[in-house]
Design a protein around this ligand. Structure first.
Ligand SMILES: C[S@@+](CC[C@H](N)C(=O)[O-])C[C@H]1O[C@@H](n2cnc3c(N)ncnc32)[C@H](O)[C@@H]1O
Ligand code: SF4
Length: 430
């Protein structure tokens, strides 16, 4: 009885802390996105030296065969002509960075669904191999795209990590999500077909979708474990403001108060098991590659329509419009349409958030980036986290089990702010 009461108090405190830090992150996220419009390509902090420090390139492929109603990424219905032109433009954009001294080695293809024009994709990967020393390639797709032929093509192209969007194995939830033509049976079959052919096979799931029950989500995790797939990434539903209203009109209120119950299922099924925590949303068997270039590398460049880049404390946003992307690239310019130099505090908080998302902050790396001690620069933030037992110090600063949920909420709020920016740019053809 006493123990139960203590547990309930702890739970309540954790939820209140998460609400508080979530609010702070949402506010900070909005400030982070107050962007400048006039862009001078010379202002990109791209010198030979800075280029050499940045090894990660994110490549956005914004085409899908169907459009899911909940998705906030920059995506358009596939048109073969547009896709061919787009891949040509991507080559030019990558070349602009290469001329500025960038030497990328880690590549992340996201979307959209990067495999929908697979011949163009493979030829683009060959272009990357001709121009860079490719160490690692991660690529997103849906299970609909998985077949023996595509697996062979992607394997031969050197894909190390294949991430497959499943969302749920439950046919009713898939229908609710607007993916009625997909089935859980097919997803299971395709995951098993891909497993073992790449260094890492990842399955993406969404939790806290309106109408999704905790039991249905627990079944999704049980099925994932039974299939023996290398890695799973669990995204809390993060609709952009207008998508949220549309979802609520169609289904019911997006009830964020249930989010912790879903997250607790993830922790109870995967925390300190055969699976290791790669990020607060990603669990892997063994040393698997993760997709989060934002935590692998402090800096990254994003190419393609709707990509963002982060470089030396500055944030850059590419145009979201396919037409504008085509026009700007044709005039031999970088397609950056918004940008901002972060203040030191904004930069520090972004750094803290992304490192905690990856569960550890390395003091020495921090020192190398900010030329000062982390305890001095982030004194109040770390004090708060320590006071409530959310982090521990064991050489590195790492998240405790308690800190996992809090960081999940903070990251969700940060992405929600980014989704607001995406929606604004898409709706206003920026
Ligand atoms: C951009 S999609 C690309 C993968 C692929 N096109 C697919 O749908 O399977 C990557 C992942 O983002 C997640 N996602 C998309 N929209 C989301 C949203 N509004 N909230 C949370 N996760 C979302 C899904 O889990 C999806 O698998
Ligand atoms: S969830 Fe995937 S398939 Fe659906 S619209 Fe978004 S990127 Fe396209």
């Amino acid at each position: 009885m006493g123990q139960n009461w203590g547990h309930r108090q702890d739970e309540r405190l954790l939820k209140s802390l998460a609400n508080f830090t979530g609010l702070v992150t949402r506010r900070e996220g909005r400030k982070f996105l107050q962007l400048n419009q006039e862009f001078d390509a010379q202002a990109v902090k791209t010198s030979q030296a800075s280029g050499n420090d940045c090894s990660s390139l994110y490549i956005h492929i914004p085409f899908c065969r169907t459009l899911c109603p909940f998705c906030c990424f920059n995506r358009y219905l596939l048109s073969e002509d547009k896709a061919r032109q787009y891949f040509q433009n991507l080559r030019k954009e990558v070349a602009f960075y290469s001329q500025r001294g960038f030497r990328f080695s880690n590549f992340y293809f996201g979307g959209g669904t990067p495999t929908v024009a697979i011949d163009e994709l493979i030829s683009f990967i060959n272009f990357l191999k001709e121009n860079f020393e490719v160490k690692q390639i991660s690529l997103e797709t849906t299970h609909r795209e998985i077949n023996r032929q595509n697996i062979d093509l992607l394997k031969a192209a050197g894909i190390n990590r294949l991430s497959i969007g499943v969302q749920s194995f439950d046919n009713n939830i898939l229908k609710t999500m607007g993916r009625a033509t997909e089935t859980g049976e097919e997803a299971r079959e395709k995951l098993s077909m891909a497993q073992g052919h790449f260094d890492t096979v990842n399955a993406d799931f969404i939790f806290n979708f309106p109408g999704q029950s905790i039991e249905q989500f627990a079944d999704d995790i049980a099925t994932f474990k039974a299939l023996g797939i290398d890695q799973a990434t669990f995204y809390p539903l993060m609709p952009s403001p207008h998508k949220m209203s549309a979802l609520e009109r169609r289904f019911q209120w997006v009830d964020t108060s249930r989010e912790k119950d879903f997250y607790d299922v993830i922790l109870s099924e995967l925390y300190q098991t055969d699976y290791r925590v790669s990020t607060v949303w990603c669990f892997s068997r063994g040393d698997r590659i993760i997709d989060e270039y934002i935590i692998d590398d402090d800096d990254y460049i994003g190419v393609g329509a709707g990509s963002v880049s982060f470089l030396k404390g500055a944030f850059y946003v590419n145009t979201f419009s396919l037409e504008k992307y085509d026009q700007i690239i044709s005039s031999n310019r970088l397609p950056i349409v918004r940008w901002k130099n972060l203040s030191e505090r904004e930069h520090l908080r972004y750094y803290l958030l992304t490192k905690l998302f990856g569960t550890t902050l390395d003091r020495e790396k921090f020192y190398r980036r900010f030329n000062d001690d982390v305890n001095k620069k982030l004194r109040f933030e770390l004090l708060f986290f320590r006071l409530f037992g959310l982090i521990r110090d064991n050489g590195k600063i790492s998240l405790t089990r308690k800190g996992m949920y809090l960081t999940s909420v903070m990251m969700k709020e940060f992405f929600a702010a980014l989704n607001g920016l995406r929606e604004y740019c898409i709706e206003n053809k920026i």
